[in-house]
Design a protein around this ligand. Structure first.
Ligand SMILES: *Cc1c(COP(=O)(O)O)cnc(C)c1O
Length: 360
């Protein structure tokens, strides 16, 4: 069997695969209503929130777009923090919809500096919202969202969070950290196929929503809320992914949030130590390194394309390369969702074996 160790889609447990293979049901019927009413409170537990949660059919980026268009108006000033590929994407979405985006960029591999966020908010009182990436998948960095959000709240800003590759795997107590819109996606740590973005919406986000004038149709939160009251979604949902998510959430809640976070921390530790013991260096400083994805710098002699090809062809191990400016320079091991120690060991063994062949 292939070891799919990219940061999403991630492998699904057999119970989930069985569930998603079910026959279709009427998405306007009683059974679907029961499923969405079962899933939604369970997601609230996972998000550690009392806020509204919507299941939007689309990929994670759709959820990011929903966060922006539902809370902002063209011309609104937004502070877009970015330390990688996905932080840049969030900023671009704001720009496309006409926000006045002030970019606060950090070197790829470094985290967003909360003090710099404070300075930026101090310098411009007109800023309405702060965009933050919880876990920057492109560089394997987890940002100090707790501090960043606390600062943004001190200045009474909206906090819009891309937690796509972190939530459900790394602790993110949405209410305790006062995050207004938080986005994740089914194919990351949730052990289900791609197809659903999940977003939480705070009271403050609803207040912003009431005045927000960015154009929206498919992603409209008011529409999502009205339909959810009927146990439905505004348009045809990814029904099969709902089937899978119902099963996956039960598995996750049975394991327990703290146990899930601890497992990811442990696996990440194994991945980082494994890479270091091969003489490789991590992309971020270890204290900022993500528990869901390990980004590893290739030495000058190591050909990343060849490494990935050999891993896949000879060992059935599928890893990710670098994105954007890091393409060809790094490779990444995804360790989120349905994964255990044995899997990490297999991946590390395979890397150890192919490195000599992939080096010049
Ligand atoms: C995967 C990912 C995205 C993009 O999600 P899609 O589902 O591909 O749209 C955005 N941000 C982060 C941090 C991600 O890991």
């Amino acid at each position: 069997m292939q070891q799919l160790r990219i940061p999403g889609p991630t492998p699904c447990p057999p119970e989930v695969l069985k569930a998603i293979g079910r026959q279709m049901i009427n998405h306007r019927g009683k059974e679907f209503a029961e499923i969405i009413r079962d899933i939604t409170p369970k997601l609230k537990e996972m998000f550690q929130t009392k806020n509204d949660i919507f299941l939007l059919t689309g990929s994670g980026t759709g959820g990011m777009e929903a966060a922006v268009v539902n809370t902002l108006s063209p011309g609104d000033k937004v502070l877009a923090t970015s330390c990688g590929f996905f932080g840049d994407r969030f900023a671009e979405i704001g720009e496309v919809y006409g926000a006045e985006v002030k970019r606060l960029n950090f070197e790829w591999g470094k985290p967003v500096d909360p003090d710099a966020v404070r300075q930026a908010l101090k310098a411009d009182s007109g800023i309405k919202a702060v965009l933050v990436t919880h876990n920057e998948t492109s560089t394997g960095v987890t940002n100090d969202l707790k501090s960043i959000s606390a600062i943004a709240n001190e200045f009474d800003k909206l906090v819009l969070v891309d937690a796509i590759s972190g939530l459900g795997s790394i602790d993110l107590p949405v209410d305790a950290w006062q995050c207004d819109v938080v986005v994740t996606a089914s194919q990351k740590g949730w052990m289900v196929p791609p197809g659903l973005a999940m977003v939480s919406v705070s009271e403050k986000a609803w207040q912003a929503h009431a005045k927000a004038k960015m154009p929206r149709y498919y992603w409209d939160f008011t529409s999502a809320k009205n339909y959810l009251e009927k146990g439905q979604t505004p348009t045809t949902p990814a029904v099969s992914v709902f089937f899978g998510l119902a099963v996956a959430l039960d598995m996750m809640l049975a394991e327990g949030l703290q146990n899930i976070f601890a497992r990811h921390a442990k696996l990440a530790g194994l991945a980082r130590n494994g890479a270091k013991s091969m003489g490789l260096t991590l992309v971020p400083e270890e204290r900022y390194a993500s528990n869901t994805i390990t980004a590893i710098r290739a030495s000058d002699k190591l050909n990343v394309a060849k490494l990935l090809q050999l891993l896949e062809n000879e060992h059935g191990v599928v890893l990710a390369g670098g994105q954007g400016s890091l393409s060809g320079k790094i490779f990444r091991i995804g360790h989120l969702g349905w994964i255990g120690e044995k899997d990490i060991k297999q991946v590390l063994d395979a890397i150890t074996k192919v490195i000599p062949q992939a080096s010049s």
